[in-house]
Design a protein around this ligand. Structure first.
Ligand SMILES: [Zn+2]
Length: 184
């Protein structure tokens, strides 16, 4: 991905980033729900978040307007939303562990593309989600992938799966990981 050729507002450039991020996400977390369509990312005053198509056959990321001319921000936001596009819950709230996976993935993608992650994530609930993801073990991606693939989707993960794939998590950790606070 060559960020010097065009700004994120250039649709083909942003689409290329979406495809690269999706292949990375699938490699780390398992294949996406292929019965659903991934549409071209767009922009919204309340972004970033996921927008479902009217008939819910698919979804796409809506990024904030500030990301239109800022690749660092575009990678941060789109990588996070890409994790939410793997399983499309149709608007249901996701487990906190999926938020943690999305935060960690976005930071790692920024690193990969050479952008600074200083000060991120800035919101406390996302820092807590990241902490929980990192506490899965020495190889959190691998553990998360096993849990997701074994449960068919992030939201299918339950405490029995987490206990079988991890060591030393307390019941309080597991309870928090599986909670569904209002986040996006
Ligand atoms: Zn999120």
């Amino acid at each position: 991905m060559d960020f010097s050729k065009a700004l994120p507002i250039n649709k083909p450039a942003l689409w290329q980033l979406q495809q690269e991020l999706m292949s990375e996400a699938e490699a780390l977390f398992g294949t996406r729900d292929e019965s659903k369509v991934i549409y071209q990312p767009d922009w919204h005053v309340d972004g970033p978040h996921i927008r479902y198509s009217a008939n819910k056959d698919g979804a796409f990321a809506e990024l904030s307007f500030a990301a239109q001319t800022n690749w660092r921000l575009a990678v941060y936001q789109l990588a996070h939303e890409t994790v939410h596009l793997l399983d499309q819950h149709g608007g249901q709230q996701t487990i906190l562990l999926e938020e943690g996976a999305a935060v960690r993935f976005s930071l790692d993608m920024m690193d990969k593309y050479g952008f600074s992650t200083a000060g991120l994530p800035s919101i406390r609930s996302y820092r807590e989600a990241l902490f929980l993801f990192n506490s899965l073990g020495a190889e959190p991606y691998k553990i998360m992938k096993n849990c997701r693939v074994g449960s068919l989707e992030f939201n299918g993960i339950d405490s029995a799966v987490l206990k079988s794939e991890t060591k030393g998590l307390t019941s309080a950790d597991i309870f928090k990981m599986l909670s569904k606070p209002k986040m996006r």
